[in-house]
Ligand binder design. Structure first.
Ligand code: DQQ
Length: 552
């Protein structure tokens, strides 16, 4: 089936075959990036033999080579699955990999340790589970199936080799994260209290806690990420948790008080689950690592399928990882992080098409003549005359919400405008990614980034949503968007990554050379001046299995 073959991505990370979910233990070691991931060796669906897949790349987080799986459920403490975990790089270059095992018959979730057999091997091909696993059992009062996904350890103020990790759980309907102290990764002490708790949020999976820099000084620029243990002046923390109940990743900015072992959000109204999401589309179980080579904190995240489950065995695979992106504090707003696809993505592109300062009238649709429109990297900026907000008859609209709007067909005086991607010539299928500028409080513009899937696919059984959220636009800024398309995925960012939306789209018409992209302005009153650059992205299909020669 040509259509199903065409849905496989060419520059997103995917195993050669079968089911994948969470990214696990990402790290940089002796010149190689490593990605491990939840993988089912038995087929393209979830199962009870979830293992750790493994791939490496020495260059740019794109040229991945698949390695043999790193761990398989073969011990009493993980017989039902080798689940999610994190890597800690120790000062002597050694690594400690903590993961959750689930015992046979889904009885208990426990935490286990694994080490590379040969830490001097840059490819870390062989892993050995610690002989007296598990290293942590669920403590009294915690549900034995509500205890998973240990984080990377950070140094504790207790000094010496003392380190802290946190593990997600719940108490009743309150999501919590427990804190443990260790010096050796084999024995752990549960600390009093919890790192953080938010009532009503349910089980917290895949907790991630890391520092971001609030300063622009020579050593720590805004573009720098921070190593997990950095604390002190000019540092804030991000607490991210994945909510099992609604399958979204929420985060808050705040302070990690290492003496009290607690996280305090900057703004209680923007606490985890109440405030911001890492993404407003299909995205889950994100995890960061510190790339000590480039001094960046890099975010991975799992993007599942939104077509019929029955199709996965026909494709032979399910899920992909989002493009890795650096994550930094947004110093301009002070209220959110910025996510930016790793800058190497730009060097993955070949031909490009540029438009400068073109004016598009209300109600226009204009083709962007770029070949290979199934795999594109588009950057666009838009100028809109906001004085229209004073003269328009449009009523004050404080409550615009992408998800409850009618999508790209709902017109206002200043929007929507944006791009139609993974479309065909006749526009029988199209995915609009757009900015909607509403009249917010005090007559000021309020922008939203949305992705509208209603017409994205003629295939049956595909989930179709209007995804999106508000995006802060500061005085003097143009509206801007970045969109990556790769066959069945569209990743969109607005305003340098303040808000982002990943969506799975399964076009049936745009296969081979038939894919098209268009600019559209569906505002009723505003013309939009747009500048745009659309790059065609290279394909990276790697043989499997392929064990590279580390010397080459
Ligand atoms: N997936 C893993 C768990 C984690 C969940 C199992 C999140 O460890 O809580 O595959 O997607």
């Amino acid at each position: 089936n040509v259509m199903l073959v065409w849905q496989r991505t060419v520059f997103h990370f995917q195993p050669e075959k079968n089911w994948m979910n969470d990214p696990n233990g990402p790290l940089y070691h002796k010149g190689w990036y490593h990605i491990f991931y939840q993988w089912n060796p038995e087929g393209a669906a979830w199962g009870n033999k979830i293992s750790w897949g493994h791939a490496v790349d020495s260059k740019d987080l794109l040229h991945w080579y698949h390695l043999p799986w790193a761990m398989y459920p073969d011990q009493p403490y993980d017989l039902n699955g080798v689940w999610t975990g994190s890597a800690t790089t120790l000062p002597d270059g050694k690594l400690a990999m903590l993961y959750t095992g689930e015992t046979e018959d889904e009885l208990v979730q426990d935490q286990c340790l694994a080490d590379p057999v040969n830490p001097t091997d840059p490819l870390l091909v062989d892993w050995v589970k610690y002989s007296v696993n598990p290293v942590i059992y669920p403590p009294p009062g915690i549900g034995v199936k509500d205890f998973r996904d240990p984080t990377t350890a950070c140094r504790s103020p207790a000094g010496n080799d003392t380190r802290l990790i946190t593990i997600g759980s719940k108490l009743g309907k309150t999501g919590i994260s427990l804190v443990y102290e260790t010096t050796n990764f084999t024995t752990f002490k549960l600390l009093y209290g919890v790192l953080h708790a938010v009532p009503g949020t349910g089980m917290w999976e895949c907790v991630d806690l890391y520092p971001v820099s609030t300063k622009s000084v020579i050593v720590i620029t805004q573009e720098n990420g921070l190593d997990t243990s950095v604390h002190g002046l000019g540092v804030k923390h991000v607490l991210k948790t994945s909510f099992d109940d609604d399958k979204h990743d929420y985060y808050a900015l705040g302070t990690y008080d290492l003496q009290a072992d607690t996280f305090v959000p900057d703004d209680p109204d923007l606490d985890v689950g109440i405030g911001l999401r890492l993404d407003y589309g299909k995205y889950y179980a994100a995890r960061t690592f510190y790339n000590q080579n480039k001094q960046r904190r890099i975010l991975w995240g799992w993007i599942g399928e939104t077509d019929l489950e029955a199709v996965d065995p026909m494709k032979g695979w399910a899920s992909l990882q989002a493009i890795p992106r650096s994550i930094v504090f947004d110093k301009k707003t002070g209220t959110n992080v910025l996510q930016r696809p790793e800058e190497e993505v730009e060097s993955w592109s070949t031909r490009s098409k540029t438009f400068h300062d073109i004016s598009f009238e209300p109600g226009s649709v204009v083709p962007i003549h770029v070949t290979g429109a199934t795999q594109l990297d588009i950057t666009a900026s838009f100028e809109v005359d906001e004085t229209l907000l004073e003269t328009t008859s449009e009523s004050h609209d404080a409550g615009y919400d992408c998800s409850n709007s009618g999508g790209a067909g709902t017109r206002g005086s200043l929007g929507p405008f944006g791009l139609l991607v993974v479309a065909d010539e006749k526009l029988s299928e199209l995915t609009p990614v757009y900015l909607y500028v509403a009249k917010g409080g005090e007559g000021k513009a309020k922008a939203h980034l949305c992705t509208y899937q209603t017409r994205s696919s003629m295939a049956s059984g595909v989930e179709k949503d209007v995804y999106g959220s508000a995006v802060p636009v500061l005085d003097g800024e143009n509206y801007s968007a970045r969109i990556l398309t790769d066959h069945s995925i569209v990743e969109s960012f607005a305003q340098a990554g303040r808000t982002s939306v990943r969506s799975r789209d399964y076009p049936t018409k745009d296969i081979y050379g038939a894919a098209r992209s268009f600019f559209f302005n569906n505002a009723t009153e505003a013309s939009v001046r747009a500048s745009l650059k659309a790059w065609q992205t290279k394909s990276f299909i790697r043989p499997y299995p392929f064990i590279p020669d580390p010397k080459s």
